[in-house]
Design a protein around this ligand. Structure first.
Ligand code: GLN
Length: 195
């Protein structure tokens, strides 16, 4: 199984370390050919307008559109913004994968970054440490979106079919549970595609 990690900007190498600790070789995605051979895609934290611009400049859009219904995607922070149907008050590129509305930087500026314990309702995920860095707030979720964890009344970890997103950074803690959960999603997709 090849877990692709979009490696244009942001903390992609941290995701790579987690994937390695889970026994897989990360595939750093920069070209359409890389994207073509990935079985799942992680979009890291960073700066969402920059990641979006580079995504277009690196010519990844067409391949992504072709693969998007069967490609599991996991976005953290800026990566989650890239997946949102609506980014409130901004006109910026998005992959438009999840029926959510996002407010960028709603948890404050860089200096207001914080950590919090996040209790998920999922046995395999347990309680995770949430690292929030200029984090986006999920201010609306559509009916198809499953809320896996909330913090202070707002969802922070969500899933819609093949898509998983977190407003915090699981790649910046030692806990591998959320990455393992994503790998399980990719496995199930591969099995159902081959069935
Ligand atoms: N504030 C960034 C953005 O809006 C996201 C920050 C992050 O990924 N840590 O793009």
């Amino acid at each position: 199984m090849k877990i692709g990690i979009l490696a244009l900007q942001g903390d992609f190498s941290k995701h790579g370390e987690h994937i390695q600790k889970l026994g897989l070789d990360p595939l750093y995605v920069r070209t359409p050919a890389d994207l073509e051979s990935a079985d799942g895609l992680i979009i890291p934290g960073g700066e969402s307008t920059t990641i979006g611009k580079l995504f277009v400049d690196f010519g990844l859009t067409e391949t992504f559109i072709k693969r998007k219904t069967t490609l599991p995607v996991f976005g953290t922070c800026a990566g989650m913004i890239m997946m949102a149907k609506e980014i409130i008050g901004r006109d910026q590129f998005s992959l438009n994968l999840m029926d959510i509305s996002i407010e960028r930087n709603a948890y404050g500026r860089q200096i207001d970054s914080f950590e919090a314990e996040i209790n998920t309702g999922i046995a395999s995920l347990g309680t995770v440490q949430g690292v929030f860095i200029r984090a986006p707030r999920i201010s609306r979720t559509g009916q198809e979106v499953e809320i896996l964890a909330s913090f202070e009344d707002f969802p922070v970890l969500i899933r819609q079919k093949n898509y998983l997103a977190a407003s915090f950074h699981p790649e910046l803690t030692e806990n591998l549970n959320i990455h393992r959960y994503f790998i399980d999603m990719v496995n199930s997709t591969l099995e159902s595609n081959n069935a």
